[in-house]
Structures are given as structure tokens and as C-alpha cells.
Design a protein around this ligand. Structure first.
Ligand SMILES: [Fe+2]
Ligand SMILES: [Fe+2]
Length: 270
């Protein structure tokens, strides 16, 4: 299965780049499953239902959220009607929405997409490790599902790497989101799981993690609340990972970084 994962879409610049490039990218890469993190699409904070619809129409199959899941309250009823937009699976029981979704990919193949949030330097949710373990117990990779993707939305690289190694051989892809900076460690782990500590963002990198640099820097100079943060509006770089998996095992056979447009060095899978 050819899978494209794109990191946190930030603000208008990220949204425009995604909607402009995703249809062509999907075609060019022959991507069969596209997963996009949309938690920062709405001015850096949350995702509106209209934006979710636009991403799905542009070629996203699943949209993941994160700690900004609830910033646009209108998403809450939308999550009930649109299972392809998921929030973290390790929110406490009773939280609106879902944390995992199984989608049909074509030719009867199925893919599981899930997200968990880390707990280091983040709000303490339920244990993400045991959460993934219990979700995986419901499926058989290579049998009931041909691919399984985990978005680990977390601050700490250690927690993301621990997650990847814990489930090496049991998932097709473990990919980090949330830090908005792509790491250069994308690879296939010994057990066959593709991994990247962070996918990076789809946003303007002439910024502080996607927000206008002046205002963001002032927050560090003056420890005052209320410095306004707004997304940077220059051309976005789309950042993510392309992975090819073997349907019979669900494991990865190829992994390549993707960076397109904006100010980062370009990388396009051949
Ligand atoms: Fe984010
Ligand atoms: Fe986040």
C-alpha cells in the first residue's frame, strides 16, 4: 500500500498549500491512503468542519487532530458524523469522537489509522502505550487489515521513539506530530515498522513553529500573558512521509521524506 502522511497543517498558508498540492501529489505518488494532521488549520488553533471537508475533498482519507482538537468547538458534532476525522484515542472514556478508524482502500484492502497523545510535557491523558496495545488486539495486521498507521502526537522525542520500538513489527508506520519540525530519522525499524520522530508541519517555516516570529519571540522576552499569536503567512512547505508497505504483512518496504514548496530543501519521493 502506498501511504502519504502529512504533518500539522498550520493556518491559511498551510491550508492553501495542502489544497493546491495534494491532488497532484496523490496522483504523482500513486498514494492509496493519505493521512493529514489538521489540528492547527484554523488560524493555528483547531480545525473547522469546512476545513475538514476541504481537506477530504482535496484527497485526504483521514484527518488526525491533537491537543488543539477542541479549539474550534464546531468540530465536536462534526466528529460524530464524520468518522474519518479522529482525535487522540487515549482521551478518557466518554470524550466525543473516535480515536481510530478503519478505512477501505480499494480491492478490498483495509487500513487502520489511529492517534494517541504523549504524556511528557502534555496534558496527562490515559496511558498511550496500553491504549495502542488494546486497539491492536482487535485487529490482525496482514489479515483483517493490510496497513496500520499510528500518529503519536507528542512533545518528547523519547516518548515517540519508545512508542515506535514497542510496536515495531505490529504497525506499518509510527509517525510523530506536534513539534512542527521534521526530523531526519525516517527509516524502517528492524521489525519492519516505518518510523519518523516528527513529520514536521505543513506551514510557513519562516516562523516559530508556524506562528509569526515577532509575536512568538516576544513571549520569551517578556513573560507577559496575552501576546497575540497569529500564523505566519509566507509560502508553506508541505512536510511528511511517503511509505510503501507489503499488503501480506502490513510492514514497510520503503520510506521517503517529502518536503515541497516554501523555504525548506525540497525532497520528493521518486
Ligand atoms: Fe500542531
Ligand atoms: Fe499539537
Amino acid at each position: 500500500m502506498r501511504i502519504l502522511f502529512l504533518g500539522d497543517v498550520v493556518g491559511r498558508s498551510g491550508r492553501d498549500a495542502l489544497v493546491t498540492h495534494l491532488p497532484g501529489l496523490r496522483e504523482r505518488l500513486g498514494a492509496e491512503l493519505v493521512v493529514v494532521n489538521g489540528e492547527n488549520a484554523s488560524h493555528g488553533f483547531g480545525l473547522s468542519p469546512d476545513m475538514a471537508r476541504a481537506f477530504l475533498a482535496a484527497g485526504a482519507d483521514v484527518i488526525t487532530l491533537g491537543n488543539h482538537a477542541w479549539d474550534r468547538r464546531e468540530i465536536i458534532p462534526y466528529l460524530e458524523e464524520q468518522p474519518r476525522v479522529i482525535r487522540a484515542l487515549n482521551f478518557p472514556p466518554g470524550t466525543p469522537g473516535r480515536g481510530a478508524v478503519e478505512v477501505a482502500v480499494g480491492d478490498g484492502r483495509r487500513a487502520l489509522v489511529m492517534q494517541v497523545m504523549g504524556r511528557l510535557f502534555m496534558d496527562p491523558l490515559d496511558d498511550p502505550f496500553r491504549t495502542v496495545q488494546s486497539e491492536l488486539a482487535k485487529h490482525r495486521l496482514g489479515v483483517t487489515i493490510q496497513a496500520a498507521i499510528l500518529d503519536i502526537h507528542a512533545e518528547a522525542t523519547s516518548e515517540k521513539q519508545a512508542m515506535a520500538h514497542s510496536f515495531d513489527g505490529m504497525l506499518s508506520l509510527v509517525i510523530g506530530t506536534h513539534t512542527h519540525v521534521p526530523t531526519a530519522d525516517h527509516r524502517i525499524l528492524p521489525g519492519g515498522t516505518a518510523f519518523q520522530t516528527d513529520a514536521g508541519m505543513c506551514g510557513d517555516y519562516d516562523s516559530v513553529i508556524g506562528m509569526q516570529k515577532g509575536g512568538a519571540a516576544l513571549r520569551f522576552w517578556r513573560k507577559m500573558p496575552g501576546e497575540r499569536l497569529a500564523p505566519a503567512e509566507g509560502e508553506a512547505t508541505l512536510c511528511g512521509l511517503f511509505v510503501e508497505t507489503e499488503d501480506s504483512t502490513g510492514l514497510a518496504r520503503r520510506v521517503a521524506a517529502l518536503r515541497l514548496g516554501g523555504s525548506l530543501e525540497a525532497a520528493l519521493p521518486a
